[in-house]
Design a protein around this ligand. Structure first.
Ligand SMILES: NC(=O)c1ccc[n+]([C@@H]2O[C@H](COP(=O)([O-])OP(=O)(O)OC[C@H]3O[C@@H](n4cnc5c(N)ncnc54)[C@H](O)[C@@H]3O)[C@@H](O)[C@H]2O)c1
Length: 243
């Protein structure tokens, strides 16, 4: 498949590039250079015309773009980058005849529910999320659903919780990992779930929790993801243990 991977320089995007490139013809796009990928396209997801040019000739899009964590407060640009940016990607994909889309969502779409009383599942609706980053992720999923319903596009949304890079022991913001949470997952395992979702044959619009602790298997339906996508995290974490 000819795949456009957006956000390819990121914590998830970079390993997703390597894993996708094993079996697919991948174009990497990011607003910054992608380490080790000299032919990556530099582009802003808010530049719709540029996206249309880049998308031509692809069969599928895998999106891992996220605005930086500090850009959501005080009506900063983060919300617009996530929401208008995904709209641009979906619309450009539709106009380019692309039928398959995999989006990196987040468990944040359910953080408006009381944490202790809620079992987070792929079919828990309505989504509920507080303002800021979480609300932008909720709106992204609803927009994706709408593109599926309006245009019949196949769209899978992957919902990680707390992503770390165990090779460098850092978070997305580059902070050192001092402890694991109940929702910890390694970035390579998020990447492999994106690949499995891309390669799954029968997806209309579906969402998938991905995490890698025992508690996450109790509190979410990540076991359902394993079965549905034939996916398993290679790394498991115990929040009682220090890294
Ligand atoms: N990091 C986490 O703990 C976490 C948890 C749950 C869900 N997620 C989701 O996972 C996905 C990947 O997150 P990540 O941790 O790899 O983030 P990241 O910040 O490491 O990567 C995001 C990439 O998007 C790029 N980007 C930002 N603005 C852009 C723009 N305007 N145009 C083009 N590219 C742009 C950045 O340069 C970066 O390389 C995101 O959708 C995020 O919401 C992350």
């Amino acid at each position: 498949m000819r795949v456009l991977l957006t956000g390819a320089a990121g914590l998830v995007g970079r390993p997703a590039y390597d894993q996708l490139a094993e079996d697919h013809d991948v174009t990497a796009l990011d607003i910054r250079p992608v380490d080790g990928v000299p032919d990556a396209v530099e582009g802003d997801v808010l530049d719709f015309k540029r996206l249309l040019e880049v998308m031509a000739g692809h069969d599928a899009v895998v999106n891992t773009i996220m605005a930086p964590n500090q850009s959501y407060a005080d009506n900063g640009p983060g919300f617009t980058i996530n929401v208008s940016g995904l709209y641009n990607l979906l619309e450009a994909a539709h106009r380019s005849g692309i039928r398959q889309f995999v989006h990196t969502s987040s468990g944040a779409v359910h953080t408006g529910y009381p944490h202790e009383d809620t079992r987070y599942t792929h079919d828990l609706y309505p989504l509920k999320a507080p303002p800021g980053y979480a609300l932008s992720k909720l709106l992204q999923e609803e927009m994706a659903r709408s593109f599926h319903e309006q245009h019949g596009m196949s769209i899978a949304c992957i919902r990680p919780w707390s992503i770390i890079d165990t090779q460098r022991m850092v978070t997305t913001d580059g902070k050192p990992v001092n402890s694991y949470s109940w929702g910890t997952i390694d970035c390579r395992d998020v990447a492999s779930s994106l690949v499995r979702a891309l390669e799954a044959k029968d997806i209309g619009f579906e969402c998938f929790y991905v995490m890698a602790t025992d508690e996450a298997y109790e509190r979410t339906d990540v076991a359902w993801t394993e079965e549905r996508l034939n996916w398993k995290p290679a790394h498991r974490f115990d929040p009682q243990q220090k890294p």
